[in-house]
Design a binder for this molecule. Sequence first.
Ligand SMILES: C[S@@+](CC[C@H](N)C(=O)[O-])C[C@H]1O[C@@H](n2cnc3c(N)ncnc32)[C@H](O)[C@@H]1O
Length: 252
Amino acid sequence: MKTELIDTDPAPTQVVSIVTGNNADLISEVARLYIPDGARVADVTWGKGAFWRKVDTAKFTVQGSDVAPHIGGHGDIVLADFRELPYADESFDVVVLDPPYVHNPGKHMTDARYNNAETTKGMSHNDIRNLYRDGMREAMRVLRPGGRIFVKGKDEIESGKQQWSQTELLLDAVSLGLYGKDSFVLVPTSRTAMGRWTKQLHARKVHSFLWVFEKPTKTDRRVFQVVDEDGYVVARQARRPKHKALGGWVWV
Ligand SMILES: C[S@@+](CC[C@H](N)C(=O)[O-])C[C@H]1O[C@@H](n2cnc3c(N)ncnc32)[C@H](O)[C@@H]1O
């Protein structure tokens, strides 16, 4: 029998799912695999544009936008809410979404830089989940079929309870009709601020994540997660009926 040797150690040129460093290191790795040369990219939460500090943007074009008036509307950065972008349908290959992910953040350490408290004032974790969902829906509109959305986020604790943003995002993306193509974990090299818990109830969250979702080329089909008769969560596929007057979705 012929034995085949499989090398499980990736060559240094391969992109791997865990990145150690900062957001710029993360995006440069993700870009190597998922931003083709000549692509049109929309970064719809521009902030400081820190994502693009380590990539060769000569290979593709990046159009930034942000809702904060001190960021959007200056230079090439468009002033826009990512839930209602001023772009044509199917006009981009990649959309990058990095909203503030901390619920009700109050005086957060990144306020001055990112305007987080201003844009998420009074928002609960669920409100932020809906913000992401609305952003992904609009991203789908401006993406060409086969295009990708990079969604950055972090799990969080709200009122002492775990909120699994990474899982919720996948469920929401899939229910919108997106495909979960890949997922990255960023482990920062900088020290993570430690709060003043007197009794630790959960592991301190150090890592963040980035999803790569893909808009399918067949847009008339969508997968929904539903609870079946036995109480199990199952994926069911639905399609838009051909007859427009029927509307809605039909299980297939
Ligand atoms: C975490 S920061 C993004 C940082 C950015 N990726 C960078 O590299 O610098 C979040 C940004 O989202 C923006 N933002 C929040 N809500 C928004 C919305 N509804 N539409 C567009 N931008 C929004 C904020 O103004 C802020 O600049």
